[in-house]
Design a binder for this molecule. Structure first.
Ligand SMILES: *Cc1c(COP(=O)(O)O)cnc(C)c1O
Length: 845
């Protein structure tokens, strides 16, 4: 069961201190120069940094492609089962050093580029982030793609190639502004356009029914057709052995230019259809963007689902020649409800196009599909007006109705006469003006429905899917999220990685369970010193970034307190900033006390239409302005809001964090993955018992995490009693004074009413329990202050956090999906101790 690298692996990471191979170095240099001349068309003398980046990326890509084609041929020859991961979001970030690292070529490329007079680090920064996602859900898809390649699971990720990713955030006078994210403007060296892989995706029109051999045949006559064109990006697994494709679809019109119209002088009209088609892949909708472009969003969902299913069906038919065995060769994972239309589209393909009997088709569909739920918030569960469906996807609506008939009959059988039960499980919400429920559709059409942390999966059974779970028992299961250690440890924190190689042995790179070796060393003063040196180095780098971007000087010796994630009320950045205000006021009251110096670091985007979240950003920045410039507190408190949070910024902040803020209202965060990244890099967590925080506590031990606040059930109870918080505010002088200061304009002297709405909501509409949890949070923070001052104990807890995180590797998560849901083999045996499942959680420590 050893996971020690096979010596035949092409990618050998040079052991610490080992020089790079001279032959390989010469070969890489000449490959880069070759690309510069022949693919970019430039000489070394005239090349820009960007040209060098592209040449290096292309030289690397060549090396990846060989492995890719080999892997592809092997799985085809072996007739292996394939996994298809459908996701409207892939938050990839940069690929250059990620691919270099996984190919084991980081050191040799660095040396080759150095010889050519360019710095790898400079080139790395030329690559724009591929920000095709909002946050955790999209980043999970990216980590999963990397882990599936690492575990040699033949897989394809399907999504949309948005021309513009999530907006670029600029902070102007403290306010968020949104600008288009032009990530493709310099081209994209990673992707291969596949002009021959084109599918037609239809919309609108009507359905004709004809009698055929004792059955009814539906023929959809669509009104509009869009073409989907494939773009493939290779995703390399660790040590370069296996490569999978991320296939993103771009939309275009089959009839891009009407020449006759053009010739009449109507230039815009001539390309109107092209514009309409292309709007589908124009940009990624931010979460929480409610009314805007709803119809376009549904078009996006159907567009990528239809193209992806056509593609996988074609591949299956070419290898197997039939669809009857689809489920034995194909597993389709739906990442949230956005690809729920896969249920109806697969039924349409099987019944309408391949003439399967309905019942047989249904068995195949359910056995093939599985669905991951990411939220319990009712407002975030997608529904679409029936009327819109009728107009855009008339045949799919018929299919939904037919599924619903059988489904409701089953419900009636299960709970005879129970009208409420039937209404609750129905695919159609009859109360809300007749809407199609995508969560219900995905649930009914899947053999597996999983939540993303133990608590979330439990709550799913008790809340949103309570009745569906009763009707289809055994389908709900848990797969606690994970993160890829290659990106979030090795790449983001090379200094810590080197220390871990030294302390745990080289095999730690392949088998994270080796981090256990740290346990015995956690109190060792030599190791502690080295560990602190690494953290300090990372904090200097972040302090420099804060200085450059915000012109705020922070002391790398201070406690770096980090909250980085989408800005949302349930994530409670507001709780953090109210506590910051209270701390500031306490410091001013008693400036002589030995206050622990802190830097509060925030980053995150608010959906453009989410006004309250944008006001919270402004509040953070206004508080920063006052606090950072108040000489009375002697620089012991600083607040920094870093703009444009994305994967690359996360890679700089996370290795420098001392404290990780995971303070969502209990019951509202499905899992979180930022919490895992930060703990893996040695930050202590201050958090609520929510999402994966609970499992993190179980693993790192209750003494190495600071838990505070209400639990999910307390929140339910308190909300029932009302949202008025005047009672708790009256009992808490710290809180009361902080809210008064915010509400009366102490932080917005030029516009004293600016934050009145926030103060009002805190007092009377405390839905997110900011006030109800405040005292407990404030106290936990002061506990952190006390712990910080005992350096060896703090370092020990920090080391133990790292040592006890291996279970949170996305390799472990993917092994569980492979074993429990997809039924596909994975490379290697699970290293000892990493296959424990949620059922055993709590048994640890
Ligand atoms: C990990 C990650 C997230 C998710 O963070 P949470 O704290 O789990 O919400 C969001 N955005 C980026 C860029 C990430 O890397």
């Amino acid at each position: 069961m050893s996971n020690v690298p096979d010596p035949s692996f092409p990618a050998n990471i040079p052991a610490l201190g080992q020089p790079v191979d001279e032959l390989a170095l010469a070969e890489i240099k000449s490959a880069i120069l070759g690309k510069l001349r022949l693919a970019i068309g430039k000489d070394a003398g005239m090349a820009t940094r960007h040209d060098w980046y592209k040449a290096a990326a292309l030289a690397l890509r060549d090396r990846i492609v060989h492995h890719w084609l080999t892997a592809e041929k092997q799985s085809y020859d072996a007739g292996s089962k394939r996994v298809y991961y459908l996701s409207l979001e892939f938050l990839i970030g940069r690929l250059f050093t990620d691919a270099l690292n996984n190919m084991g070529l980081l050191k040799v490329f660095e040396a080759a580029l150095g010889d050519l007079g360019v710095g790898l680090e400079d080139l790395r920064k030329c690559e724009p982030d591929a920000a095709l996602g909002n946050g955790g859900l999209g980043r999970l898809a990216a980590c999963f793609m990397e882990s599936m390649a690492t575990l040699a699971i033949p897989a394809i990720g399907y999504g949309i190639r948005y021309d513009f990713g999530l907006f670029r955030q600029i902070i102007a006078q403290g306010w968020q502004q949104e600008y288009p994210d032009e990530w493709l403007s310099f081209g994209n060296p990673w992707e291969f356009q596949r002009p021959e892989v084109v599918y037609h995706v239809h919309f609108g029109g009507g359905v004709e029914h004809v009698e055929r051999k004792g059955g009814d045949l539906a023929i959809w006559h669509p009104a509009e057709t869009v073409q989907a064109v494939a773009f493939d990006t290779p995703i390399v697994g660790w040590r370069g052995q296996h490569v999978n494709a991320l296939r993103l679809w771009s939309a275009r019109s089959p009839d891009p230019l009407k020449l006759d119209v053009f010739n009449t002088g109507d230039y815009l009209g001539a390309s109107a259809e092209e514009a309409r088609a292309e709007s589908i892949c124009k940009f990624l909708y931010p979460n929480d963007e409610s009314a805007a472009g709803r119809e376009l969003r549904l078009r996006q969902e159907y567009f990528f689902v239809s193209a992806s299913l056509q593609d996988l069906i074609k591949r299956h038919l070419s290898s197997d020649g039939q669809l009857r065995n689809l489920a034995s060769k194909v597993a389709v994972q739906l990442n949230d409800t956005h690809p729920s239309l896969a249920v109806t589209e697969l039924m349409r393909i099987l019944v309408d196009l391949h003439h399967f009997r309905w019942d047989e088709a249904w068995k195949i569909a359910v056995a093939t599909l599985s669905y991951t739920n990411h939220t319990l918030l009712p407002e975030a569960l997608e529904t679409w007006p029936v009327e819109l469906f009728q107009r855009l996807l008339p045949r799919h609506l018929e299919i939904i109705y037919r599924i619903n008939v059988a489904h409701l009959a089953q419900a009636e059988e299960r709970c005879p006469g129970d009208v409420d039960f039937r209404a609750s499980v129905s695919l159609i919400d009859e109360k809300a003006g007749r809407r199609v429920r995508m969560g219900q559709l995905a649930f009914v059409g899947s053999h597996s429905i999983n939540g993303v942390s133990a608590m979330h999966s439990d709550l799913m059974k008790e809340t949103v899917f309570h009745d569906l779970n009763h009707l289809y028992p055994g389908r709900i299961n848990n797969k606690t999220n994970g993160i890829t250690f290659r990106r979030w440890l090795m790449l983001a924190n090379p200094k810590l990685t080197d220390l871990l190689r030294e302390a745990c042995g080289e095999a730690v790179l392949d088998d994270p369970s080796r981090l256990e070796h740290l346990e015995a060393l956690a109190s060792d003063s030599a190791l502690q010193q080295k560990f602190r040196t690494v953290k300090h180095h990372n904090k200097i780098a972040l302090a420099r970034l804060i200085g450059e971007r915000l012109n705020v000087m922070v002391d790398p010796g201070a406690l770096f307190d980090v909250q980085i994630k989408r800005i949302h009320e349930y994530k409670r950045q507001l709780l953090n900033i109210v506590e910051t205000v209270a701390l500031y006021q306490a410091m001013k009251d008693d400036p002589k006390r030995d206050w622990v110096p802190r830097v509060k670091i925030f980053a995150g985007k608010a959906a453009a239409s989410y006004r309250y979240a944008k006001l919270i950003i402004k509040l953070i920045n206004d508080v920063a302005d006052i606090v950072n410039n108040d000489p009375a507190i002697g620089g012991r408190l600083k607040v920094a809001f870093l703009a444009d949070y994305n994967v690359s910024l996360a890679e700089v902040i996370i290795p420098a964090a001392d404290l990780s803020e995971q303070i969502s209202t209990a019951g509202m965060e499905a899992s979180g993955t930022g919490n895992m990244k930060l703990a893996l890099n040695g930050a202590l967590t201050i958090g609520t018992l929510d999402g994966a925080n609970i499992e993190i506590r179980d693993h790192v031990g209750a003494e190495n995490i600071a838990i505070f606040g209400m639990e999910a059930m307390d929140v339910v109870v308190r909300r029932k009693q009302g949202l008025d918080a005047t009672d708790v505010i009256r009992r808490s002088p710290n809180l009361s004074r902080a809210i008064n200061a915010i509400g009366s304009g102490e932080f917005s002297p030029g516009d004293p009413g600016r934050f009145e709405s926030i103060a009002h909501a805190l007092r009377y509409l405390d839905h997110y329990m900011v006030c109800a949890d405040f005292d407990s949070y404030y106290e936990a923070q002061r506990g952190i202050d006390a712990r910080w001052q005992v350096v060896p104990a703090w370092t020990r807890a920090s080391i133990l956090n790292v040592a006890r995180m291996p279970w949170f590797s996305s390799d472990r998560t993917i092994r569980e999906y492979a074993r429990d849901i997809w039924n596909v083999p994975v490379r290697g045996t699970a290293p000892h101790g990493l296959q424990e499942t949620g059922a055993q959680r709590g048994a640890t420590r």
